[in-house]
Write a protein that binds this ligand. Sequence first.
Ligand code: CAA
Length: 259
Amino acid sequence: MQTYEDILVDSVQDGVLTIRLNRPEAYNALRTQLLSEIADVLAQAKDDETVKAVLITGNDKVFAAGADIKEMASLDAVGVMNDPRPAHWRAIAQFPKPIVAAVNGFALGGGCELVMHCDIVIAGDNAQFGQPEINLGIIPGAGGTQRLIRTIGKSMAMQLVLSGEFISAEQARDFGLISEVTIPERSFERAMELAKKIATKPPIAVRLAKESLLKAYETTLDSGLNIERKAFTMLAATQDRNEGIAAFMEKRKPEFKGK
Ligand code: CAA
């Protein structure tokens, strides 16, 4: 794996590729370079069969404090219109393998939106989540208004986006923005534990499960159920399904091959 300016990429460990946001001097502000680097790593990880899941994390104090306000300051309306950032965000949203996040400290603005691009989020009890863009005279620009309301409901989404107030890790968990709260020292370890567990599961089923779950955001129940049924039917044609069922019957551990 090549080296990057704004992120650190660990070598694949038990099927898990770890991306560490690494601009501590700017509270891991998501400048365009950083987003493009994540998109680049994911493009490679997508086709790399050794990568079964991705873990994204920041540092002890901050996950990411949002878009880089200093970079954003130089953009006028045409600059924003021609911005490559939406394409990078799309690449993250469309990544087909599971992404687990380990969050400590601030996850604000684009940082909170990055959290919402991840599939499972574990946070340390020092984490704070918020969409403070309103204080800058703007609104969330990486899906925050749409994903937040679908994730935590209208009243709390409005509260965060309109007041700019932050919520704690416990509140974020209670509202369904994240799944678990740990002590800060354990969030990475727990996220890795989950990512490694997912990496042992049959990859095609994992991929179709993620795809089906995410479809719930954008379809009616009826078409969502159709998508689920088609995926379920397709899995009946995989070797891994035969292996999973045979292993259960024979009381042994399955050996999944992604076929
Ligand atoms: N962009 C650029 N630099 C940032 C930054 C950001 N989003 N957030 C923090 N920094 C920089 C600060 O400028 C500062 O650098 P200098 O020492 O060189 O001045 C350094 O990180 C530390 O920041 P503070 O001194 O402010 O640290 P603090 O502990 O007092 O406060 C904070 C921490 C509450 C996170 C505060 O930095 C803050 O409010 N940051 C901005 C949060 C924000 O508004 N995010 C939304 C951005 S817009 C967006 O994300 C749009 C979108 O939807 C895509």
